[in-house]
Design a protein around this ligand. Structure first.
Ligand code: 3H9
Length: 689
């Protein structure tokens, strides 16, 4: 291991520079070197103050997540911060880049903080199923007040340096050179005598009755959507102890919670997803240099097209949104305006920023307008011939180095590409609706997609703040192919005896934000109906609903009914009669199904399809499937994804249940996939592949 801490001296100031690429995580070597360096700063009479800073692209972005779950090796981060508390000389933190988690705790342990203007500061631990574990929940409320601290810690969202300065989290902003500014600050504070410690500063904590009521209301609002997650509640618990307990007892309470969470199943699953997300766009042929992208054209201003346009505009890119006629274009632009008006109304964006983003999207008529774009995303209606014709025309209009992406949910990307004269420039970018919100993008690798075309799509997806997962070309790719199994199983479960609300309740209890039938109503039932008809397939209940004009929320009724203007599903006796009648016609005697049985019958066929997808190499690794389901389909992150879940249950048990389901329903397609059978026989997991 190279040197992880560079120590140098400038006059009477010691500069401790952490050098642990890529993100200066606080691994054991860094912690040990810091304690040693702080000891020697305190001992050295020639030193008046110290600076903690970092080499590379960022100040410390957190503890080293890879060390969690392994035996703890002292000095711990809390020992480093205790050492800071015990210093006789002031220590100043020079912040830039992403000052996160343990990095922010280290900074809060220092006696002064200065930040470059572009710095982002936050506690993302909650996203790993954790709370800050080295004093963050006790020192942040002392620095910024309980409510701001609570919001930062429970949401995990970072704030910008300017806001941090306004809240008192940093003492100064460095307008010019950070290194010069921090030295000047260190020289000034060196003259002031004993260091100022946050542990001694309770001024912002003095919560009166009103403040306390506001704190409780904020806590309740922030945890409302926590759905099965333990960490958000634990964050509230820890921050509240900053108000209720003396500092050292608060620290002790925080540590106890952290230790419990870090050893628990939820955080383990969430840490697994953290690394899985970073792996999902890596692999052979995926590390080419991306082509530069500044100008983007989106073809089609429908639901997907305008949502994708907003995603690009949100990331600061100029977008040309193209339609075939003025009326359709205007409807798309109105939808864009409505999205930004909503964001401004909810306080997510200032009215000025919302307007800035809206005007980044220029609406025009005619494909020719795409000619100078670096990247085109075709998002026209999901119809093979239409998409083929649009892509073929784009290929003739645009520059030879432009990248052409098709946003398709099911279609054969190779067949689309081969209808153009530039198949190497083409790939799939499958966005999820609403495209400006959902994080997943399936990057569909065509047989001929050039390596730098793939790299460009991956880089741009990251720039949009999305999670790219590279998948192979095959009907429905990964996510929708598995979803189809779940939808078929859901129909079977209704026929067997369950009602829509029972199925939805079971899946929500499992941790999905919405049950499959509520989702179907939201998405619209007619698309699936049309697809089934085209393929000669039948789903007696879903078909009967569509035949009765029940297309979901848009028609005010689907699996549920909806009061005018409401999105709340209500049980509908008419639907329940259709379900019962369908069972009767199929000769099935209806019976009660438990929540557990419903969950197994919906999820195991999906997992089985995942095995086939892995066998066919449509997904390169088991964890890619988990990334897709967590980010695109609402799979509860604390359960780690369907393949992670399958491994946890044990593949032999899933194999046996699938066999039983196949036999009971006389449905061969439910028989366990060869890969699942082989792994189960060998006592292995999907992740061992
Ligand atoms: C914590 O601090 C607990 C404390 O309260 C105290 C405990 C007692 N550790 O994301 P990128 C790797 S919990 C280890 O692609 P970007 C990452 O895997 C932590 N590795 O870059 C990747 O490796 P590879 C709280 C880490 O520029 C590489 O660095 N902090 C860590 O898009 C580049 O990452 C967090 O949760 C880490 N902490 O984004 C912050 N962080 O190249 C987590 C990154 O092999 N990190 N790696 O795939 C992030 O959010 C982003 O990485 C960051 C940079 C925004 C920093």
């Amino acid at each position: 291991m190279g040197q992880v801490l560079n120590v140098r001296q400038q006059g009477a100031i010691a500069i401790l520079e952490i050098d642990n690429p890529p993100v200066n995580a606080l691994s054991h070597a860094v912690r040990a070197a810091l304690v040693e360096a702080l000891d020697s700063v305190d001992r050295d009479p020639a030193i008046d103050a110290a600076i903690i800073t970092c080499a590379g692209r960022t100040f410390v972005a957190g503890s080293d997540i890879r060390e969690f779950g392994k035996p703890r090796q002292p000095p711990l981060l809390s020992d480093v911060i205790d050492r800071l508390d015990a210093m006789s000389k002031p220590v100043v933190a020079a912040l830039f880049g992403t000052t996160l988690g343990g990095g922010l705790e280290l900074a809060l342990g220092c006696h002064h903080r200065i930040a470059a203007p572009a710095t982002r500061l936050g506690f993302p631990e909650v996203k790993l199923g954790l709370i800050p574990g080295a004093g963050g929940t006790q020192r942040l409320p002392r620095a910024v007040g309980p409510e701001t601290a609570l919001t930062m810690i429970v949401t995990g969202e970072p704030i910008m340096a300017e806001a941090a300065f306004a809240h008192g989290l940093v003492d100064e902003l460095a307008d010019g050179d950070l290194q010069e500014a921090v030295i000047a600050l260190a020289q000034r504070v060196a003259k002031r005598g004993a260091p100022r410690r946050l542990r001694d500063d309770a001024a912002k904590l003095a919560a009166n009755g009103d403040e306390r009521a506001r704190f409780d209301a904020t806590a309740q609002a922030l945890t409302k959507r926590a759905r099965g997650l333990k960490a958000p509640h634990a964050c509230v618990d820890a921050v509240r102890s900053a108000l209720d307990l003396p500092f050292d007892e608060g620290l002790e309470h925080e540590r106890a919670i952290f230790r419990e969470l870090v050893a628990g199943d939820q955080s383990k699953a969430q840490r697994y997803i953290f690394f899985a997300e970073r792996a999902a766009a890596k692999g052979p042929g995926l590390d080419a240099k991306p082509r530069p992208v500044e100008r983007v054209a989106i073809i089609g201003a429908g639901t997907m097209g305008h949502g994708i346009a907003v995603a690009f505009a949100d990331a600061g890119l100029a977008v040309t949104l193209i339609e075939t006629d003025e009326d359709t274009l205007q409807r798309g632009l109105e939808a864009v305006a409505a999205i930004y008006a909503g964001a401004a109304k909810r306080g997510q964006l200032t009215p000025g920023e919302a307007e800035n983003r809206r005007t980044r999207i220029r609406g025009v008529v005619g494909l020719r307008e795409a000619a100078d774009a670096d990247l085109m995303v075709e998002a026209v209606f999901e119809d093979f011939d239409l998409k083929r014709d649009v892509l073929a025309e784009l290929a003739t209009l645009t520059r030879p180095d432009a990248v052409l992406a098709t946003n398709t949910s099911y279609l054969d990307v190779d067949a689309l590409a081969s209808a153009t004269d530039r198949p190497a420039a083409i790939l799939g970018m499958h966005f999820f609706s609403p495209a400006n919100v959902m994080r997943l993008v399936e990057i569909v690798r065509g047989a001929k997609s050039a390596p730098d075309v793939l790299a460009t799509a991956i880089a741009i997806a990251r720039r949009l703040g999305k999670v790219p997962a590279v998948v192979g070309n095959g009907h429905g790719f990964v996510g929708n192919r598995m979803l189809r199994q779940r939808s078929a199983a859901a129909e079977q479960v209704l026929l067997a005896g369950a009602l829509p609300h029972e199925v939805d309740a079971a899946m929500e209890a499992f941790g999905f934000p919405m049950g499959p039938f509520a989702v179907a109503d939201l998405a619209g039932l007619d698309i699936g109906w049309r697809m089934r008809k085209a393929q000669g397939l039948k789903a007696p209940i879903a078909d009967a609903l569509c035949e009765a004009g029940r297309f979901g929320q848009k028609s005010g009724k689907g699996y549920y009914s909806y009061a005018s203007g409401s999105r709340t599903p209500e049980r509908d006796a008419g639907v329940e009669a259709i379900v019962v009648e369908a069972s009767r016609r199929a000769g099935i005697t209806r019976r009660a199904l438990s929540g557990d049985e419903i969950v197994e019958r919906l999820l195991f066929p999906m997992i089985n399809e995942g095995a086939r997808i892995l066998e066919e190499r449509i997904a390169a690794r088991a964890s890619d499937i988990d990334v897709i389901w967590v980010n695109g389909y609402g799979w509860p992150v604390w359960r780690g994804g369907p393949i992670y879940y399958a491994d946890a249950i044990g593949l032999a048990s899933i194999r046996d249940k699938l066999v039983a389901m196949a036999e009971a329903s006389d449905d061969e397609s439910l028989m366990p996939a060869p890969l699942l059978v082989r792994l189960a026989e060998e006592g292995r997991t999907f992740h061992s592949l």
